[in-house]
Write a protein of this length. Structure first.
Length: 229
């Protein structure tokens, strides 16, 4: 079976994505949502149990290499724009969020999002955590709590979500996810408009098969670390 999106041509979009308008319909009925929630709970729980040894090691390394808490929580926009606290392993020095105005000029994103490939605020192991996506493991807790799903548009920082106007603002019509089409198609290698189009494509076509395919393709995407920072 071929990939959902091209992994060799990061700027090639799925058929039917261009020309998408703001009247995006949300696919998936009640049965799909029930199956999706069951998969979320079962798989998130199994992953957390399986990854416990790795979680313990990462927590120890974070404490040994920098001061501050192991986990970092950040307010993100959930379904309908409702705020929730998203968990991550801390990859920056404690208090780095207060330093954001000092590094705004380094932003490499072409949209309202904020991304720096070599963020000077990263801790000694922070770049590895980002590159390997290990920093996102605690979001399995958000999945169990029902704030996120395993598959769905990535949750935006609240100020970024507020700046997402027009079609981009429609991404909060569904529950945000741990992985998505953007995640397996090159992540930060893609422009902001392509990120939005991929999210809207998912909203229009989501289903159990598509969710499973995205989860399967997330494995090689994480292992290669393509576009992750």
């Amino acid at each position: 079976m071929g990939t959902i999106c091209s992994t060799t041509e990061p700027h090639v979009l799925p058929v039917g994505l261009e020309g998408m308008h703001q009247d995006v319909r949300v696919s998936g009925g009640e049965f799909y949502l029930f199956v999706k929630r069951v998969l979320d709970v079962v798989l998130a729980f199994l992953l957390l149990v399986t990854l416990l040894p790795l979680i313990a090691v990462i927590a120890m390394l974070i404490k040994l290499t920098s001061r501050g808490p192991v986990l970092f929580s950040h307010l993100r926009a959930g379904r309908g724009g409702k705020p929730f606290r998203m968990f991550k392993f801390r990859s920056m020095r404690h208090g780095a969020e207060n330093e954001r105005p000092l590094v705004e000029h380094l932003n490499e994103s072409d949209g309202p999002t904020f991304k720096i490939a070599d963020d000077p605020r990263l801790t000694p192991i922070g770049k590895f955590l980002r590159r390997s996506s290990i920093d996102e493991i605690p979001q399995l807790l958000n999945v169990l709590r029902g704030e996120m799903s395993l598959v769905g548009p990535r949750p935006l920082w609240l100020p970024e979500a507020e700046k997402s106007v027009g079609a981009a603002g429609l991404r909060t019509r569904v529950k945000p996810g741990l992985t998505c089409l953007w995640q397996i198609s090159g992540r930060s290698e893609l422009g902001y408009d392509e990120w939005v189009r991929l999210d809207l494509y998912y909203i229009r076509h989501r289903g159990t098969l598509l969710d499973l395919l995205i989860m399967l393709q997330t494995i090689p995407a994480v292992l290669t670390g393509r576009g992750a920072y």
